[in-house]
Design a binder for this molecule. Structure first.
Ligand code: SF4
Length: 560
């Protein structure tokens, strides 16, 4: 069982009370972290600083939406394996982290707000003994960024217990909540709804009635077909670890093999870090059950719902470069994006200002996101690669700034120019995406101030025009810079001399898996799973204009 430290009445409030233990982390002790086992310490739950009223999304990119990990390994320290696995998927969520461990008798959960390294230490890992575990790193896309919504979610149903970790967003949460008779506003998150549905299904079947230990598996067979949207789950009861990928496979999930067991993870680097061999990616619509007998592959969804649509932005930005998706190494795919971008949108052969001499050219990345594509661009174009910006690696995703005037200073906290490498040069600046554009605009201004002669921005993905409903935090359509702007208008706003986005066909080619099936809804507006209440997209998004046309519209534009 688990409790929110914010609750101080001493009573359990979850719908089911089981035999599990919650090992709390004291939010008030920054040094010791977890201090007790048993009744949860009171006090307010920490709240993330991502406050829309005052925070700037420094990255200017969509936020990831959770990483998951699961392990079944008798004889191993599954708590340490899970800790390492979560560390490897930390990039997918930095707001909260947690793990659930079972010794075959009961499930123990530890979770809290913060990074994996903040949440766990030897003291709170020590009681987590067992041979199976799941873990989760959270970035909130539904539900508030508060302790209560940290995962794994735990439920106890009579003698049965289970825990759940979710990556993705459901699109029919309201409908499911209504079916459960949940009062509007009382649902914490879509993941919470799934836990309630599973609990309801276990109760309906009579928990433990058949004594075959497959209550969770049976419940999932009835619940999963009712879910719509994006979900890669790891689940566990006292004896099984289960991985599930939705019928579209929006979010990745892979299976690895240890000498003594099996591992599930959002991305393959989590297998590497625990010494597991990559076996395969789970198929869209597949459920894998791991227990003492090995692995079983089950297909709970009707065949007609299977339609592979891996998130294209996993390749562009979200996944780690050392991940393998659709059998392709992400880093190599990103380099190919840069190569194809160089073919599609080369550096103009003439200076932007005909009166100026043709300066020395340099391809530079926006660190760190643009590095592989910049390498590819430089390799294909023959233009030297160099660095023009240094990134402060220790800055968080967001931080509070009190006024508009200070926002450009906020960007300077993250990026700083290397002036000697920039002065007088024609810069080809390569990045992987532009979402809101705030950071990019400030960066262009910064490069101009540092003495760049020309700034040619090259983006290794098409314009991001539609919000994501499948587990990525892109903000609303109104927040997307390119939502209703043509490429020349975007360029004008950003203040660069030329701007080009990689077109969709080339991006798909660059993945090396173009025929495998991708979601590109944030580019095209064509959502693979309907979004309730959303009108179909209007006319096709404005075509990406050829470079010559951009130059004809407004060849030189000072930074703004
Ligand atoms: Fe990925 Fe975009 Fe589809 Fe969301 S809408 S799943 S970010 S491709």
């Amino acid at each position: 069982m688990e409790r929110d430290p914010a609750e101080s009445d001493g009573e359990l409030t979850s719908l089911g009370a089981g035999r599990g233990r919650m090992v709390p982390v004291d939010p008030f002790d920054p040094v010791l972290g977890p201090v007790t086992e048993g009744p949860v310490v009171g006090g307010p739950a920490p709240v993330a600083v991502d406050d829309p009223a005052g925070a700037v999304v420094v990255d200017g990119r969509p936020g990831e939406a959770c990483g998951v990990f699961g392990v079944y390994a008798p004889g191993e320290s599954v708590d340490h394996l899970t800790y390492r696995g979560l560390y490897a998927v930390q990039h997918r969520g930095q707001e909260a982290a947690g793990m659930a461990v079972s010794d075959g008798d009961s499930i123990t959960v530890v979770k809290d707000m913060g990074l994996v390294t903040n949440v766990f230490n030897e003291r709170n890992l020590a009681p987590l003994t067992g041979h199976l575990a799941i873990g989760h790193t959270r970035y909130s896309t539904t539900g508030a960024s508060v302790w209560r919504n940290a995962q794994p979610i735990y439920r106890g149903v009579g003698d049965a217990e289970f825990a759940l970790g979710h990556n993705g967003n459901l699109t029919n949460t309201a409908e499911l909540a209504e079916g459960l008779g949940v009062f509007p506003g009382t649902v914490q998150s879509d993941s919470d709804i799934v836990a309630e549905l599973i609990q309801e299904a276990i109760v309906a079947a009579g928990a433990g009635a058949r004594s075959d230990g497959r209550d969770l598996e049976r419940a999932l067979m009835t619940v999963l077909p009712r879910l719509k949207g994006a979900f890669s789950f790891v689940l566990m009861d006292e004896a099984h670890v289960v991985g599930v990928r939705d019928p579209n496979g929006f979010r990745p999930l892979c299976l690895g093999r240890l000498d003594s067991g099996w591992v599930l993870a959002s991305e393959t680097p989590a297998l590497d870090i625990v010494g597991a061999h990559f076996v395969r990616e789970l198929e869209p619509g597949e459920m894998v059950v791991i227990d003492t007998t090995g692995t079983r592959s089950i297909h709970p969804f009707p065949a007609g719902r299977i339609n592979p649509k891996l998130c294209l932005f996993e390749f562009v930005y979200f996944a780690r470069p050392d991940s393998i998706l659709y059998g392709q190494t992400v880093h190599s795919a990103r380099q190919r994006m840069g190569e194809l971008l160089a073919d599609q949108s080369p550096l103009p052969t003439e200076p932007v200002d005909p009166a100026s001499p043709l300066g020395e050219a340099m391809v530079m990345p926006v660190p760190e996101s643009g590095i592989p594509a910049a390498e590819g661009y430089a390799r294909r174009s023959g233009i030297p690669f160099g660095h023009g910006l240094v990134k402060n690696r220790y800055i968080g995703r967001t931080f509070i700034v009190p006024s508009q005037d200070q926002r450009s200073q906020g960007v300077r906290m993250k990026l700083n120019p290397i002036r000697d490498n920039i002065v007088g040069k024609r810069l080809v600046v390569v990045d992987d995406s532009i979402v809101r554009g705030t950071t990019t605009r400030a960066m262009v201004a910064m490069l101009r101030e540092a003495g760049a002669a020309e700034i040619h921005l090259r983006i290794s993905s098409p314009p991001y025009r539609w919000p994501c409903f499948y587990g990525m935090d892109t903000g609303t359509r109104a927040e997307l810079l390119a939502a209703d702007l043509t490429v020349p208008q975007v360029r004008e706003y950003l203040g660069c001399d030329t701007l080009a986005y990689l077109d969709l066909d080339r991006l798909l080619t660059a993945t090396g898996a173009a025929s495998s099936g991708f979601c590109a809804a944030c580019i095209t507006g064509a959502y693979p799973v309907a979004i309730p209440g959303m009108k179909p997209p209007g006319p096709p998004a404005p075509e990406i204009l050829p470079l010559a046309e951009q130059l004809a519209v407004d060849p030189v534009h000072p930074c703004g």
